[in-house]
Design a protein around this ligand. Structure first.
Ligand code: ATP
Length: 295
């Protein structure tokens, strides 16, 4: 049997970053939003755990260094089955881009292997395992829009009444999430362990009442100054958006702009294209990881 899972990338419409905790993580108050940019995972029976990757991630490790491989190992050990699966990931989500592609692959792998091995975990149980793999791994199982608390793994769905069109500016080179957090702490200095996270309440209310104008006004990322500090050219990309609201996604370097009309979308694509690796137009929010079967 062949199991296929399509799993979305995310942007953070709001990323409030609070204090550095004693366990090395930061407290966050974030609004995840799943977007129509996907990785596809194919899982088939095999005598061992094998992984291949093509597309955006062709250079990624295919052993324990890959979050998808770790996800399959974890599900097997937690449920007492042998990790017998051949996984193939077709990556369209750029790597180290602030779009949580690795987390998406891990989430999709949990769902695919749970189906292939008939281990019968619920999505909530898979999300529990997911959050031990990484702070952003549970969200792609649900998709849509969700508030993330704790280090991002405590999720509350948000009934967002919006159909957003976002223009993504993808950079030539990725940024390391730990490096951006370290830069944020450096910029915050003595306040790094006391700073409170920006409050997402306003943008959550705007999403619920379908007020796209207010959503555009309220986009917020506490990490943006650190991403810009490590990658000065990102400030120019933000300026290229003209009047459109733009924000660094997660730890960056991807920048997304909220297009308010087809005209604005075309202008954004034309203005950004010469200054980044590629532009992508996506819709949001979209559902989380979706399963399909080939007998
Ligand atoms: P986030 O937004 O969750 O911080 P990101 O989008 O910035 O993440 P990812 O593409 O998820 O970054 O990957 C970050 C690093 O994780 C990569 O540089 C790579 O070394 C490692 N990695 C491990 N497995 C994967 C995978 N399946 N896909 C992408 N990266 C992976």
């Amino acid at each position: 049997m062949t199991i296929r899972v399509r799993v979305p990338a995310k942007v953070n419409l709001h990323l409030g970053v609070g204090p550095l905790r004693t366990d090395g993580y930061h407290e966050v108050a974030t609004v995840f939003c799943a977007v129509s940019l996907y990785d596809d995972i194919v899982a088939e029976s095999s005598e061992t755990l094998r992984l291949t990757v093509d597309g955006e991630g062709a250079h990624l490790p295919t052993d324990q260094g890959n979050l998808a491989y770790r996800a399959a190992s974890l599900l097997a050990s937690e449920t007492g089955v042998k990790p017998e699966v051949s996984l193939h990931i077709h990556k369209q989500i750029p790597v180290a881009a602030g779009l949580a592609g690795g987390s998406a692959d891990a989430a999709g792998t949990l769902l695919a292997c749970n189906e292939l091995w008939k281990t019968g975990l619920t999505v909530d149980e898979l999300a529990g395992l997911a959050s031990t793999l990484g702070s952003d791994v549970a969200f792609p199982l649900y998709g849509g829009v969700a508030l993330g608390a704790g280090r991002g793994e405590i999720l509350t769905p948000v009934a967002a009444d919006v159909d957003l069109r976002l223009v993504l500016a993808i950079s030539h080179q990725g940024l390391s999430t730990p490096a951006v957090y370290a830069e944020l702490d450096r910029l915050r200095g003595d306040a790094a362990t006391t700073e409170s996270a920006s409050d997402p309440e306003g943008i959550v209310a705007a999403l619920r009442r379908g007020d796209v104008g207010a959503v555009a006004e309220l986009l917020c990322n506490d990490m943006q100054s650190a991403s810009l500090s490590l990658r000065h050219t990102l400030a120019n990309v933000l300026e290229l958006g003209g009047g459109a609201s733009g924000l660094v996604s997660g730890s960056g370097p991807t920048i997304f702009f909220l297009a308010r009309s087809a005209d604005e979308e075309h202008h954004l694509v034309a203005a950004l294209a010469p200054h980044c690796r590629r532009t992508l137009v996506v819709t949001a929010p979209v559902p989380g990881a979706q399963l399909s079967y080939t007998p």
